[in-house]
Design a protein around this ligand. Structure first.
Ligand code: GLN
Ligand code: ZN
Length: 793
């Protein structure tokens, strides 16, 4: 029987099976290959992608979902939104300008395409794409911004696929989301959305061109519809889509929303003159009934039932229930089956995994396998697929549910027995501080670093050798001991107050822990794009998390044995492990966070027992876990902060707990940061020149803070005067007794030469601050402005 329920896909991974696009782009940047060769690789990736999707039986296959760097940057190129500093001379945006926007130009680097001279230019800012781990380049507009169609990419790619006999569905980032994701260049307070009337003609022109080519469906992505919008922003949608409709009356428009439900934006979305609406029912199955009620009769509905951003097989029974309900309500002929969002966020294919733990492997579906699921689900819905497909799927689901690999009785019992006092340190901070001070005897403005020291070529080579078997375990241990020893000696000589072991044994701050915990699996090739040519390979957290033995004690203890100074134990926090992994979908994330917290708690305790007086638990991903809707923040923050507290509250008052976060936006979450109750927090602050501290001061953040005084993202070594000025600025708003002196983040990407110079300057700056009584006055320590929230008991 022929399947008559249509399927489509929203986007496909674009890095290639062997990350060939990444390698090709990087070779192009370093001048090893030319433009033609890069474009050939890109074309080959697209051809494989389209053919794969066709072979899987997808009806509407996307085009223009491909990108050489980022699809938001592509939209800037399409609309000619190139900031003036790139000296773009008009015409189509060329590759050099495109990559200059992505990466900036260093002095003496490449020649500016526009003005023909060599000058330094900063790249567009980069930030996270909604709540995923993908990063996009932030469009930067000018108050007199002129938009102009400046790229033929969508048309070229459509033609390219057409030549293969595939009539694709071009994908464009919709105009309202595009503007909402952007910002105005420095000095302008204008709202980017006020540029809507200016950008719409370019979109209109693009749609007209697509219609002329013979395109029948186009997908306009408007993920901003899953955000909190105000009335003006909702009205912008009406204006935009009315105009686009008029420009291309015959083109069928699919409005794609994902990453959350539409809530109060639903009516506005349903009023738009489009032909189909795509909704994400993996994230928000609950919105389905309200969508039926709001959806006009002439609209098709695309249901995203296959999770586009996680790696689990779809439970067909649950997905079919949603699809059947929709088919009853609106009719099968108005229904399309799809992944929840672009498959960009999933690894490419399971067929490249030869070493993956075979049991969890059966439970997984990467991008290619997800295509099969979409087609199979459509077939099961209209009866064209054999019932055996459903049975096979349900058999896997049953096995997964019952697997002893997922369920640890001990972990579940322990989780259920956690008591309210397990979330609390024995004494309040003020008391702990005294006891810690007596024990540690630190000077004012104590100096420390964030954990890692340079991961030199030697360190990486040794690790690779060891993994390949070219170096024995004993040799590798000796090697790490030597590196650690050198790092400790150097810190001692530099005169730092709290030392670290250097993290030479760690490949990655999440993987290192995942590898030692039960419940994690690792892929060989499960790469996903993080930004541009950068890819990450997140661990798969599939089962109950359990720590069977200490994970870091050996190295912390070793480092402590080499010095009289206190060494800081170094751990990754539960929320960061959660955020940077593919996480099981069969229990709430909060429950998984709790299990991780208990594992870290045991490690913290073991470090304490081993004699470490200071322990840092990094939570750089805490903020990025925030839900898209403000109304959902409270719940997340509650369990996230609880997880941190659970991980850190098992120690004696004398043990000093640090945390670290490498960002500077703490607005609106300061109360939760304070509720974490870490004795010391280190944060990124140097680039914002300590400005962010005002919020901490105003809030009267109660515990110690180490605002970064060295921007470690840059190879520039700051002088001691510069760092002293930053400390001074910090001491203007935070009592001097509360301040620590440290870099913005870990030093693994820096070279030892830079590190030694910068740290010497940092220590000098701290000494100057100590001697300079004017650097901050002694002030009484005031209690926090708002009471700290204590966990539910
Ligand atoms: N301790 C880690 C390091 O120093 C922290 C990294 C991070 O914050 N991203 O590398
Ligand atoms: Zn950091």
């Amino acid at each position: 029987m022929n399947q008559n329920i249509r399927t489509h896909n929203l986007g496909f991974p674009r890095i290639g099976a062997k990350r060939e696009l990444k390698h090709s782009i990087e070779s192009f940047w370093s001048g090893k290959i030319g433009e033609a060769q890069l474009l050939d690789t890109a074309k080959a990736v697209r051809i494989v992608n389209w053919s794969t999707q066709r072979a899987a039986g997808i009806d509407l296959i996307p085009s223009n979902d491909f990108s050489l760097y980022d699809h938001v940057l592509d939209t800037c190129a399409l609309t000619g939104a190139v900031p003036e500093r790139f000296h773009w001379s008009g015409g189509n945006v060329d590759l050099k300008t495109y990559f200059a926007m992505a990466r900036g130009l260093a002095n003496g680097d490449a020649t500016c395409q526009g003005c023909g001279t060599q000058h330094a230019t900063t790249a567009l800012e980069m930030t996270k794409w909604f709540d995923t781990n993908y990063h996009y380049l932030v469009p930067e507009f000018h108050p007199c911004q002129k938009f102009r169609l400046s790229s033929t990419k969508p048309f070229d790619e459509w033609n390219e696929a057409k030549a293969l006999g595939i009539e694709t569905k071009p994908v464009l980032l919709g105009p309202v989301s595009f503007l909402l994701l952007g910002k105005m260049g420095e000095g302008s307070r204008m709202n980017p959305l006020s540029l809507l009337s200016d950008v719409l003609p370019v979109y209109a022109q693009a749609l007209e061109r697509l219609a002329e080519l013979g395109v029948s469906w186009v997908q306009l992505d408007e993920p901003a519809l899953a955000l909190d919008l105000n009335a003006g922003q909702r009205a912008a949608y009406e204006q935009a889509y009315r105009e686009l409709r008029n420009a291309a009356p015959k083109l069928k428009i699919m409005l794609a929303t994902y990453f959350g439900d539409l809530r109060e934006n639903l009516d506005a979305a349903c009023r738009l003159p489009v032909d189909a609406l795509h909704i994400d029912v993996v994230r928000s199955p609950g919105q389905l009934e309200s969508v039926f009620n709001a959806l006009p009769k002439e609209l098709l509905l695309s249901l995203g039932v296959v999770d586009g951003r996680n790696i689990w097989k779809t439970n067909y029974a649950a997905a079919l229930a949603l699809l059947r309900r929709a088919s009853e309500k609106i009719g099968a002929d108005r229904l399309l089956v799809a992944p929840s969002c672009s498959l960009l966020h999933a690894p490419l294919s399971l067929k490249h995994e030869r070493k993956l733990d075979p049991e969890p492997k059966q439970w997984l579906a990467f991008a290619e396998e997800k295509l099969v699921e979409v087609v199979e689900l459509a077939g099961l819905l209209d009866g064209s697929a054999p019932a055996a497909a459903l049975e096979a799927n349900q058999a896997v689901m049953k096995k997964r549910r019952g697997s002893y690999r997922i369920h640890s009785h001990a972990v579940k019992t322990r989780c259920s027995e956690v008591k309210p006092e397990d979330y609390r340190r024995a004494s309040p901070f003020i008391r702990r501080r005294e006891l810690q001070q007596t024990r540690l005897k630190l000077p004012a403005f104590p100096t420390t670093t964030i954990g890692s020291f340079p991961q030199t070529a030697a360190v990486r080579t040794a690790r690779a050798q060891f993994k390949k078997g070219g170096m024995s375990a004993a040799e590798y241990e000796r090697f790490l001991e030597t590196e650690t020893n050198t790092a400790v000696q150097k810190q001692d000589r530099l005169g730092l107050d709290v030392l670290v072991h250097g993290e030479f044994e760690r490949n990655d701050m999440v993987e290192y822990f995942g590898e030692q915990l039960a419940g994690f699996a690792f892929t060989e090739n499960g790469w996903v794009q993080s930004y541009g040519s950068r890819c990450v390979k997140p661990p798969i957290l599939y089962g109950d998390v359990e720590r069977s033995r200490p994970m870091t004690v050996r190295w912390s203890k070793f480092a402590q044995s080499l010095t009289e100074k206190p060494v800081k134990g170094m751990l990754t926090g539960p929320i960061t492990i959660l955020q940077w992994s593919f996480v099981r979908d069969d229990q709430p994330r909060s429950e998984t966070a709790k299990q991780l917290a208990l594992a870290i708690r045991d490690e913290v305790r073991d470090l304490e027992t081993a004699g470490l007086a200071v322990i840092q638990i990094d939570e750089p991903a805490l903020r990025e876990g925030l839900p898209l809707r403000r109304g959902d923040w409270g719940d997340y923050l509650h369990w996230a902060v609880d997880a941190f507290r659970l991980a850190t509250s098992g120690v004696r008052d004398e043990t000093q707990i640090h945390t670290h976060m490498c960002y500077c936006e703490f607005n609106n979450i300061l109360q939760s940061i304070a509720a974490m109750d870490a004795d010391v927090i280190s944060i990124e602050a140097s680039r914002s020149k300590m400005e962010l501290l005002e919020a901490f001061a105003e809030f009267r953040y109660p515990n110690d803070i180490g605002p970064g005084v060295w921007d470690i993202h840059s190879p520039r070594v700051p002088s001691s005067e510069e760092m002293f000025e930053l400390i001074r600025a910090a001491a203007k708003v935070i009592p001097r007794e509360r301040l620590w002196v440290n870099p913005d983040c870990g030093l693994k990407t820096r070279r030892w030469e830079e590190v030694e110079l910068a740290l010497a300057n940092l220590v000098t700056a701290a000494h100057e601050a100590r001697n300079d009584q004017k650097t901050g006055e002694k002030r009484p320590i005031l209690p926090a402005q708002k009471p700290l929230r204590h966990p539910k008991s």
